[in-house]
Design a protein around this ligand. Structure first.
Ligand SMILES: Nc1ncnc2c1ncn2[C@@H]1O[C@H](COP(=O)(O)OP(=O)(O)OP(=O)(O)O)[C@@H](O)[C@H]1O
Ligand SMILES: [Mg+2]
Length: 301
């Protein structure tokens, strides 16, 4: 369960006159997401979606509010001294995903991130990329997994996303769609409880995109049957993608980023893209955007 409580984020920026001024990227956003749900964040460019997602991930601190995951607070910025780290550990048991890489003592991999072209290491082969994630996950305290075990697990997840046979290629030898699959395989391989995705399929063609969406749904369905139903939070610009995938579409309004509307999609899976219910919800969202545009043009006259 993710609970974002009254999250706000302010930046100070320098305006064209060279003066500092405040910018509100996210304003008072509260959202709870139960286990095993897919929620998409939709909204115009610059409305604070990525900022909000990074706050959920603990990669940025909110200016105000807090994020609680399974009852534990997500903390950022990370402690920078040993003393702060000791205090931090005493007070909170949850360690943010960034800390997993930085502090070796208690890795916890509750969250996996799939950002556009996010941290796939170009100097490692496909197989090495997954193995690396798996090795980090196994962390201290546990028995180091054997190379064979790692390879077997990595291959399993590569097969799941249709990358079997590409193990020894380097990312630069893959197509955009294949790289996205690799990012997805890597996220899944650490068996996270939460996957946060920022426009993960933006760089691929329409057909590949639909295929990736279906792969994602299939893999997510598998986790729903397990004891760890995965939460997916995805930022997208694509209304049909949002409605097709989600249990709920959260529409942000343009600056300052607030929740404009929350639209539940109560349609049983597997869904058909042409399902009248899906089309109806898409139309409602488009109509909403159209309405906003018209309002804006009235103001500018
Ligand atoms: N580090 C920063 N310093 C100052 N302003 C920032 C910073 N990061 C983001 N912003 C501003 O915050 C606002 C929200 O940015 P954000 O990247 O979250 O938008 P977004 O909804 O993800 O947009 P897009 O759809 O284009 O990716 C923007 O106005 C952006 O310029
Ligand atoms: Mg963004």
């Amino acid at each position: 369960m993710i609970e974002a409580k009254s999250i706000s984020k302010f930046f100070s920026v320098i305006n064209e006159k060279g003066l500092a001024e405040g910018l509100t990227a996210v304003l008072n956003v509260s959202l709870s997401i139960p286990d095993g749900k897919i929620v998409t964040l939709l909204g115009p460019s610059g409305c604070g979606k990525s900022t909000f997602l990074e706050i959920l991930a603990g990669l940025q601190a909110p200016t105000d509010g807090e994020v609680i995951i399974d009852g534990k607070r997500v903390l950022e910025p990370l402690p920078s001294t040993r003393k702060e780290m000791e205090d931090y550990k005493r007070r909170y048991r949850f360690i943010s995903p960034l800390a997993n890489g930085v502090f070796r003592d208690r890795p916890k991999h509750d969250i996996a991130l799939v950002f556009q072209d996010y941290a796939i290491f170009p100097w490692m082969t496909v197989l090495q990329n997954i193995n690396f994630a798996l090795t980090l996950r196994s962390g201290n305290g546990k028995k180091k997994p054997r190379r064979n075990e790692l390879n077997e697990k990595a291959r399993y997840f590569l097969n799941q996303v249709g990358l079997g046979g590409a193990e020894y290629k380097y990312p630069s030898q893959l197509s955009g769609g294949m790289r996205q699959r690799l990012a997805l395989a890597r996220a899944l391989s650490v068996e996270p409880k939460i996957i946060l995705m920022d426009e993960p399929f933006a760089a691929v063609d329409a057909l590949t995109r639909e295929k990736l969406q279906d792969d994602l749904l299939r893999l997510w369905e598998q986790t729903r049957k397990s004891s760890f139903p995965v939460i997916i939070v995805m930022v997208t610009h694509d209304v049909s993608e949002a409605v097709y995938l989600s249990d709920e579409v959260v529409v942000f309004s343009p600056g300052p980023g607030t929740i404009r509307n929350r639209i539940p999609v109560d349609i049983a899976r597997p869904r058909a893209r042409t399902d009248p219910g899906i089309i109806d919800i898409q139309d409602r969202i488009f109509a909403m955007f159209q309405y906003d545009l018209n309002q804006e043009s009235e103001y500018s006259i």
